[in-house]
Write a protein of this length. Structure first.
Length: 118
C-alpha cells in the first residue's frame, strides 16, 4: 500500500533502480544543458538511445513540473528519496530539482521500450 507518489516510486522499484534513477537525474542536471527541455531530451536519449517525440517530450515536461511542485515544502520526502541506496547524492545539486529529475528518470527506466528487447 502506498499513500504518496514517493512511496509508490520506492515500492515499485528495487533499491538499485531508485539509485540508478537518481544517478540518471544527476546526469540530466549536470550534463544535459541549462534548460529543462534540453535536460529531459538528454535523459531520454541516454535511456532509450533516441530523441523523444513531441508527445513524449510533453509527458516528460508534465512529469517534471508535477514532481517539482510535489517536492516543494517536502524536505523529509526529498531526504528519504535521495537517501535510498548506498551512494550519496551529489551535494552540489539542488535537492528538490534532483528529486524531481530522478523521478522523471525513474519513469524513463521503467518504460517498456527501456526494459524490452525488440
Amino acid at each position: 500500500p502506498t499513500d504518496t507518489p514517493l512511496q509508490a516510486l520506492i515500492f515499485m522499484n528495487d533499491v538499485t533502480f531508485v539509485e540508478a534513477a537518481r544517478f540518471l537525474g544527476q546526469r540530466m542536471l549536470k550534463d544535459g544543458g541549462g534548460l529543462p527541455e534540453d535536460r529531459l531530451r538528454y535523459g531520454f536519449r541516454l535511456a532509450l538511445g533516441r530523441a523523444p517525440s513531441e508527445a513524449e517530450q510533453q509527458v516528460l515536461r508534465d512529469s517534471l513540473h508535477y514532481h517539482l511542485d510535489y517536492f516543494t515544502s517536502r524536505a523529509k520526502e526529498i531526504d528519504a528519496f535521495l537517501g535510498v541506496g548506498e551512494s550519496a547524492p551529489d551535494t552540489s545539486l539542488d535537492r528538490r530539482a534532483l528529486a524531481a529529475y530522478a523521478s522523471v528518470a525513474s519513469m524513463l527506466l521503467n518504460m517498456d521500450e527501456m526494459v524490452t528487447k525488440q
